[in-house]
Design a binder for this molecule. Structure first.
Ligand code: HEM
Length: 410
């Protein structure tokens, strides 16, 4: 068996450091090239890097997303003792065992059908226009705060059918779901983070009950009507699905919006090509996710049995973090990976995962980002990057920009 000491990476890998947040590339390149498998004591986890290694792990059934398999997972409370947030997590698509995951995913998929996504796009176009009207025609504005942070949770609220005047309640639920999951929070911080969860759940339950009484052909009604071998979704499972969608789809899309615009404005030739041929927009989205993925952590997996990866023995219960940000910089898959090129082939992309947990919200995030981008350049055709970019160094899993000024040059 190989020597564990030689693959420890705590001396150079620190994804919370300012250096990493400003520019993670040198660290990620070192990981990929020298440590395709590494031991990171700070997380008590294995790290896996590189396209092929990560793909193999995503498809390996012995590596589960079920958090309860983790050697350090706290004992599971009886359901009666769980608070609203814990119940939500207990039914979350990400953390279920294989059988329950499969059942829930099968029931959820029809609610993401092309027909529902198309209708959702139309609704989203209205929201985007409204938001840009509110921004008006300033000389400059903070794109990160005024656009990127707002649209993703609005897109999910629209998908779920939340009435416009109830968006703030839904925002508090989103905040709770996204922040409450951070294991580093103190009990008081966690309590504060999940403050809005009960009211958000009350709103969701009311909506579900209304739809049960009078189903239509929207997202919630489709979930209500979905049936698999006589099994249907309960209210709690539907709420947990909305929670999973918020957890997976709001924060990730915030970063996609910001980094897409940052990279296009930093690469004028690519922006020019995009303006000349709008069909390149999806390529620009894929390229942003490849070129500057915002994640600080990885995709977590837990060994359901002993297994071997690259000559190292992974014990049952150990955590394996797939450093998915390294997949896009693998020269075996992408020629000249440090070139931002919106015309590249992304057939092998793992940005949305692979296998049983493949992202359920791809169409939604792609269409909301496209709508935002087109409206942005329609309103501000001469947009340029301003002087200021500030990161939120405390964000638990993303290299989040909280300030990204843009000049409108109107
Ligand atoms: C840029 C935006 C996004 C990125 C990069 C992204 C990426 C991913 C990845 C890599 C996975 C697989 C996770 C794993 O294997 O552990 C995943 C799963 C998932 N994503 Fe996304 N996602 C995005 C947006 C969204 C949106 C907008 C939604 C919902 C509307 C969404 C809902 C989900 C759900 C529910 C899962 C879990 C699926 C399952 O476990 O079966 N995602 N996403």
């Amino acid at each position: 068996m190989n020597n564990l000491e030689s693959i420890k990476v705590d001396h150079f890998f620190n994804p919370s450091s300012k250096d990493f947040i400003h520019n993670p590339i040198p660290t990620l390149e070192k990981l990929s090239e020298e440590f395709p498998i590494a031991r990171f004591d700070a997380w008590q986890a294995w790290l896996i890097s590189g396209h092929e290694n990560i793909l193999n792990c995503l498809l390996d059934r012995r590596l589960s997303t079920d958090f309860n398999l983790w050697e350090f997972a706290p004992d599971k409370k009886p359901v009666e003792e769980m608070d609203a947030f814990e119940k939500l997590m207990n039914n979350n698509l990400f953390f279920l065992d294989r059988k329950n995951h499969l059942r829930l995913r099968k029931l959820a998929l029809p609610a993401f059908s092309p027909r529902i996504m198309e209708r959702m796009k139309e609704r989203f176009q209205i929201l985007v226009k409204e938001r840009f009207d509110e921004i008006g025609t300033p000389d400059s504005f903070n794109f990160a705060k005024e656009i990127a942070e707002i649209f993703p949770s609005q897109a999910i609220a629209s998908l779920v059918g939340i009435p416009r005047d109830k968006f703030p309640i839904f925002d508090s639920l989103a905040y709770g779901v996204v922040r409450g999951i951070n294991p580093m929070l103190t009990p008081d911080e966690r309590k504060e983070a999940i403050r809005g969860v009960p009211e958000g759940l009350k709103l969701l339950n009311q909506l579900i009950d209304e739809k049960r009484a009078q189903p239509g052909d929207d997202f919630l009604s489709t979930l209500i009507l979905a049936e698999d071998e006589g099994s249907k979704l309960s209210n709690m499972e539907m709420c947990a699905l909305v929670g999973a969608v918020l957890g997976a789809g709001s924060d990730t899309a915030v970063d996609l919006h910001s980094y897409l615009i940052k990279n296009l404005l930093n690469h004028p030739e690519e922006l020019k090509a995009l303006k000349a041929d709008e069909s390149l927009v999806q390529g620009a989205i894929s390229e942003t996710l490849r070129y500057e993925s915002s994640g600080k952590t990885g995709l977590a997996r837990y060994a359901s049995e002993d297994l071997e990866i690259n000559g190292y023995q992974i014990k049952k219960g150990q955590m394996v973090q797939l450093i998915s940000t390294t997949t896009g910089m693998d020269p075996k898959v992408y020629e000249n990976p440090r070139k931002f090129d919106i015309k590249r082939d992304h057939d092998k992309s793992l940005s949305f995962g692979q296998g049983p947990h493949y992202c359920i919200g791809v169409t939604l995030v792609r269409s909301q980002t496209e709508v935002m981008l087109k409206e942005l350049f329609k309103r501000f055709p001469n947009l340029s990057l301003g002087d200021e970019i500030k990161y939120n160094y405390d964000h638990h899993n993303a290299r989040r920009m909280e300030v990204m000024m843009v000049n409108t040059n109107l």
